[in-house]
Design a protein around this ligand. Structure first.
Ligand code: CU
Length: 149
């Protein structure tokens, strides 16, 4: 009986702490990158795909991408089957930004070498608010298209 009361007290305490932690860090985006890959490029351009998940209560933006593979990595959206460069992608609070085939993507122009399947390509993602994130993109087959669900 005593033990149960003690446990309840501890639970109340930790809940209080969690809430306090939440309100103080609630102003920061918390970003994580998953499912990143690059289909093996054929010409001097390459595409890149990944998902950025934001578990924080504040929205952020993907503003630019750098890589040793290309001096000009652009971010593109696809509209009416045509792609166009954009300045940034929104990453909603408690949401995600999906870069996937047929949609928004990273575009590496004038690539410096032809990466082959099995190799990796380094990139660094830059955000409006969060710190930059380094990611290694595994190079997959040209037609690689993972099911997201
Ligand atoms: Cu493109």
């Amino acid at each position: 009986m005593n033990r149960r009361i003690a446990l309840a007290a501890v639970t109340a305490l930790t809940t209080g702490l969690t809430l306090a932690g939440c309100s103080s860090s609630g102003s920061a985006p918390e970003l994580k990158v998953s499912g990143a890959f690059m289909p093996q490029p054929v010409g001097d351009m390459a595409g890149g795909f990944l998902t950025v998940t934001n578990s924080g209560g504040t929205a952020d933006k993907l503003t630019s991408v750098t890589s040793s593979l290309s001096d000009d990595v652009q971010i593109h959206e696809t509209k009416n089957q045509k792609m166009q460069q954009v300045k940034s992608f929104d990453i909603p609070a408690n949401g995600e930004l999906k870069l996937e085939r047929g949609g928004s993507h990273l575009m590496f122009t004038a690539i410096k070498k032809q990466p082959e399947q099995g190799e990796t390509v380094d990139i660094e993602l830059h955000f409006e608010k969060a710190d930059p994130i380094k990611v290694e993109l595994p190079v997959e087959a040209q037609t690689h298209n993972p099911k997201q669900h």
